[in-house]
Design a protein around this ligand. Structure first.
Ligand SMILES: [Mn+2]
Length: 234
């Protein structure tokens, strides 16, 4: 159960403490209602800025990290909610050291925007690697967060979901020996090995995974057929 409050100010506020205090008191009030903590994981999602809240976002990263730590709830990181040069992949390990669970909204930021359809790109792979390397597949709630009305929504859904699945499969194939190279200070070999991995035949393994799951690789023809027959008729 995720809480995200998109409150803030477009321009420079006169009071930054007041709204954050009200947000804190509101969360305290919500969480004062008893619930089954073994079944419900309340998450709090931080944000850096958005359209109309460029100068001040109440539920910032610092606010949410501190609140989560104090209240014993689950932090939620959306990788579209940070400054453009920040990466969530680098944050996963720190969060796992101090939290029983971590929730993610895997998305794709583009410049100042967020929520583009997830692709099988560097950061999606890097986030997956960090979860797998930390042996934390059972500790991380992996969710996606994206929408794009300019393309077919069913296709967008599948493309994004498969991108996350591909990234997880790719991460599971990473050899343990990479960690040893780092620990032994063999950074030259580490770089060379990581570059070599990039051109390994991953597509064949993905195809084998789809075969074993009895899922077709081609989803576009069925989606386009549905678009023609059903969606365009609406
Ligand atoms: Mn989100």
């Amino acid at each position: 159960m995720n809480i995200w409050i998109p409150d803030g100010y477009k321009d420079i506020p006169a009071d930054r403490l007041g709204p954050r205090r009200r947000f804190k008191e509101s969360l305290d009030e919500i969480l004062s209602i008893p619930y089954d903590k073994s079944k419900v994981f309340v998450c709090l999602e931080s944000k850096v800025f958005g359209i109309g809240v460029e100068s001040y976002t109440v539920g910032s990263s610092e606010f949410c990290m501190n609140y989560v730590a104090r209240a014993g709830i689950t932090p939620l990181m959306d990788n579209g909610h940070y400054h453009p040069t920040e990466v969530v992949s680098d944050k996963v390990s720190s969060m796992l050291l101090f939290n029983d669970h971590l929730a993610l909204h895997i998305t794709r930021p583009v410049r100042w925007d967020s929520d583009h359809v997830v692709l099988y790109d560097d950061e999606t792979r890097e986030i997956a690697k960090e979860i797998v390397r930390a042996d934390a597949l059972d500790k991380v709630f992996i969710a996606t967060d994206y929408f794009d009305a300019s393309i077919n929504r069913i296709s967008a859904w599948i493309t994004g979901m498969r991108s996350v699945q591909k990234a997880l499969l790719y991460a599971l194939l990473e050899p343990e020996s990479l960690r040893n190279l780092q620990n032994e200070g063999r950074f030259t070999e580490l770089m060379a090995a990581q570059e070599e991995l990039k051109i390994m035949p991953f597509g064949d393994i993905w195809q084998e995974y789809l075969n074993r799951e009895n899922v077709a690789a081609d989803y576009i023809s069925e989606v386009m057929d549905y678009e023609k027959k059903v969606l365009e008729a609406r």
